[in-house]
Design a protein around this ligand. Structure first.
Ligand SMILES: [Zn+2]
Length: 253
């Protein structure tokens, strides 16, 4: 039986509040780990140095709420390596194109024990039999990669920050997914008319149109109640949950 565990490390944006952090998810598969985004505060939910071993970190885009804890993680890898407790570098995957020198500042950090790789639409890598691939939907405010994690048993999509202007492309990317971890920055009542993020209502439509099995909502406004997002998505899709920090989800096949 194949099993993958997914732990939300951060579910709100753009600032951490109480026991909630900015975006981050930990995937555990066999003894391997993948962290999707490294938002403010997520490192407090990691177990050091254990979680640094066999770790790949994916940063989906250069908005600070998605990578602000990367410096802390890099420094932890540096220190634990110097202490003789970490003998393999952390692999850090970064969007190919730099914005405001964010990438330069990340990869020039000398207090880090890490290797760096460029993400683009054509790039993919493997962790055991998992294939990890990327697509920029070109609907967020900057280059922002959706992530697909797939093997013969599972297909999981993390949308990261995505907008609604290329919705059919988004549906294609999520087609028949076992799980979509979808941003829902807004509720309909916000009436923001912002096309560079999703509402929980949109996330429900996405899950329904793409024939997904399950929807996990994330990327909430810190001052809103999560149950409101749940209620809104449920108008369009039944099997939906809201991500909670530390609440592990296990997929089995
Ligand atoms: Zn963003």
């Amino acid at each position: 039986m194949s099993k993958i565990a997914i732990t939300p490390l951060g579910t709100i944006s753009p600032y951490p509040k109480g026991n909630m952090n900015c975006p981050g998810f930990l995937f555990e598969y066999n003894s391997k780990k993948i962290i999707l985004d490294c938002g403010n505060g997520i490192t407090r939910l990691l177990n050091f140095p254990k979680d640094l071993k066999d770790l790949s970190v994916i940063i989906t885009h250069y908005h600070k709420d998605h990578f602000s804890d990367l410096g802390a993680l890099q420094y932890a890898s540096h220190v634990y390596h110097n202490l003789g407790l970490l003998d393999k570098k952390v692999k850090i995957y970064l969007p190919q194109n730099d914005f405001s020198s964010n990438k330069t500042s990340i990869i020039s950090n000398n207090d880090s024990y890490s290797d760096y790789y460029d993400i683009n639409d054509l790039y993919s890598f493997t962790v055991d039999d998992l294939n990890i691939s990327f697509e920029d939907n070109n609907s967020h405010t900057i280059e922002s990669y959706m992530v697909k994690i797939q093997n013969k048993d599972f297909k999981i999509v993390y949308t990261s920050d995505v907008g609604t202007t290329n919705f059919s492309k988004l549906v294609d990317f999520c087609k028949d997914a076992d799980l979509i971890i979808c941003e829902s920055s807004f509720l309909q009542k916000h009436n923001a008319n912002i096309k560079t993020h999703m509402t929980a209502y949109d996330a429900g439509i996405l899950a329904s149109k793409s024939n997904a099995k399950k929807l996990l909502l994330t990327h909430f406004w810190p001052e809103e109640e999560k149950r409101l997002y749940l209620e809104e998505a449920k108008q369009n899709f039944e099997n939906v949950e809201v991500a909670e920090e530390g609440k592990k989800l296990i997929l089995r096949r």
